[in-house]
Each structure stands twice: as structure tokens, then as C-alpha cells.
Unconditional design. Structure first.
Length: 218
């Protein structure tokens, strides 16, 4: 994914040394001085997870890409407001969640067509799928691969029908691997609210998967 087109800033920071090993906080400092190279490093580090969040929230690859770009532009413009009270990744995920929510609100609410849920190919969809199921000793068995892909499609379809606030919480917990505390910080919600919301989201998702429960047995 290419870096988004960004408003220009006057460069004031010194050149980066060993940029690939530079902490996020230092890169942010350079970005605030207008260093686009530092921002490129931040994009490289976080773009996969940011796209993953947008994709699982929106269920459409093109919309997710647009929301992801929007999130990066918002992040660039708001960098001067980043105080380091949380990790940069947490701060960035909050922006991405809001960008995806805004994208969802702009489009007409309608069930997603099955074609939007199916991956174009296994390689292209790998990053978004890899956290759905743990690997098994039969990972290269064609029958097992077909079963896993069918499960992924069913889960993705069911997830897309959940209310937005449920879907966001589940994506952050089960797809992105955030802790309850990190989700509460990202969504600016009380911890108890997050736990309750995730519990209800899982119950709702389980209900939507009842007709396909045979896929998950055994």
C-alpha cells in the first residue's frame, strides 16, 4: 500500500539514523517536523494491521483501502496532538476505527453480496484470514484447506451482520489480539462496558452461526 497523499510541512527535524529500528515515538517527533520519510516508516510498520481493522469492519476490500488511506491522512494531520499517553499503535487504531465507522455510515446499509466476502485468492487474503483459526497438522490437506476457507467465509458473513459496536469490539479482540484494557482505551469506553459488549457480541455471533454449526464440529 502506498503512503497517502499528505499536506506538506516544512522540514525541521534532523535526518533519521537506523530508521528501521527507531521507536515509534521518535518517528512521530520527526513527522511533526515535516519528515515524510519518518511517516513512511510508520506506515510500513502499521499498515497491515490498520488495513486489517478496516477490512474486518467494512467487509469490502476497496472500502477498507479507502478507509485506511483516510485514517493515515487523519493521523498525519493529528500527529501534533499525540502526547504519548498511549502507544502510538493504540492511538492509530482509534483513528482507523473511527475512519471505518465513518465509511460504514456513508454507505447505504444493506447486506453485503457474497462476492464481496470471498477473497480474490488465497495469497491476497492471507493477512486478513490468518488469525481466524490456529494452524493444524493438516494445514496442507486440500480437504482441510477447503473446510477452513468455508469456515472463514461463514464467519466473515456472520460478522458483517452484527451491529457496528459489536463488530468493532470483536475485531479488536479476536482478529487484532487486543486485550480488554487496550480495547477500552482505543474505544474510550469503561472496561466493564467493553467486557459486556464483547460477551453480547459473541452470543450474537454464535446465534448467527447456528445454521452452519456442523462446519465447526469435530
Amino acid at each position: 500500500m502506498n503512503s497517502p497523499a499528505l499536506p506538506s510541512r516544512q522540514l525541521t527535524s534532523a535526518p533519521l539514523a537506523n530508521a528501521c529500528e527507531t521507536p515509534d515515538a521518535v518517528l512521530v517527533e520527526h513527522c511533526c517536523g515535516g519528515d515524510l520519510e519518518a511517516f513512511d516508516r510508520l506506515v510500513e510498520r502499521h499498515q497491515d494491521r490498520i488495513f486489517n481493522v478496516c477490512y474486518w469492519m467494512l467487509g469490502n476490500r476497496e472500502e477498507a483501502a479507502d478507509a485506511c488511506q483516510d485514517a493515515w491522512v487523519r493521523a498525519w494531520r493529528a500527529l501534533s496532538n499525540f502526547r504519548g499517553d498511549s502507544a502510538f499503535g493504540t492511538w492509530l487504531h482509534r483513528i482507523a476505527v473511527n475512519a471505518a465507522i465513518d465509511a460504514a455510515q456513508r454507505r447505504k446499509r444493506a447486506p453485503m453480496p457474497y462476492s464481496d466476502l470471498a477473497p480474490a485468492n488465497a495469497e491476497d487474503d492471507g493477512a486478513a484470514n490468518e488469525k481466524l483459526e490456529p494452524s493444524t497438522p493438516f494445514a496442507h490437506d486440500p480437504a482441510q484447506l477447503a473446510l477452513r476457507e468455508e469456515r472463514r467465509l461463514v464467519v466473515r458473513n456472520a460478522l458483517a451482520t452484527l451491529p457496528e459496536h459489536y463488530r468493532v469490539a470483536l475485531v479488536l479482540l479476536d482478529i487484532e489480539g487486543y486485550s480488554y484494557e487496550e480495547i477500552a482505551q482505543t474505544l474510550k469506553l469503561p472496561l466493564g462496558t467493553v467486557k459486556s459488549r464483547i460477551n453480547r457480541a459473541r452470543c450474537s455471533l454464535r446465534e448467527r452461526l447456528q445454521d452452519a454449526r456442523e462446519l465447526f464440529e469435530g
